[in-house]
Ligand binder design. Structure first.
Ligand code: DQA
Length: 143
């Protein structure tokens, strides 16, 4: 099984960015945790991050025929991007939406998610461990 772990804008700044909300772990720490978990669960993963909506769209398109699942934290594009929703619908790859913070307890605009209209599961407010939980869900359901 091969999973694409996709992160949107500003998630490259984990550790530096509002640590009271997103924690002290860096993006490199996150990728390390994901890689170790993939090895433990005997699957392969690819971690990608972009600050650009169109790049994320292209990576979702490229995942067609290559990835068995997508773990996706679209960052702020969660709340705005119909293009990302359409890309997910186009490729039809099972997707789990992840948010490090509890978006439901924050500003009202963070409670809208276009990606949620496609994602089969949402993991919210579990910190970096949410990504591992999302991987486990996809592995246990589809492996
Ligand atoms: C986030 C929540 C979003 O509202 C925010 O724009 C992010 C990170 C999270 O992981 O909690 O960039 O997706």
């Amino acid at each position: 099984m091969h999973l694409l772990i996709l992160n949107g804008p500003n998630l490259n700044l984990l550790g530096l960015r509002e640590p009271d909300i997103y924690g002290k772990g860096s993006y490199a720490d996150l990728c390390g945790m994901i890689q170790s978990h993939a090895t433990e669960r005997n699957i392969t993963v690819e971690c990608k991050q972009s600050n650009h909506e169109g790049v994320l769209v292209e990576w979702i398109q490229d995942a067609y025929g290559n990835a068995d699942g997508i773990v996706f934290n679209p960052g702020a594009y969660t709340h705005t991007s119909i293009a990302l929703l359409d890309a997910l619908k186009a490729v039809g790859i099972p997707c789990v939406e992840v948010h490090i913070s509890d978006v439901n307890e924050r500003e009202p605009f963070r409670q809208i998610s276009y990606v949620a209209l496609y994602a089969e599961k949402r993991i919210i407010g579990q910190g970096l461990n949410g990504y591992l939980e999302a991987m486990d869900y996809l592995i246990d359901k589809y492996n």
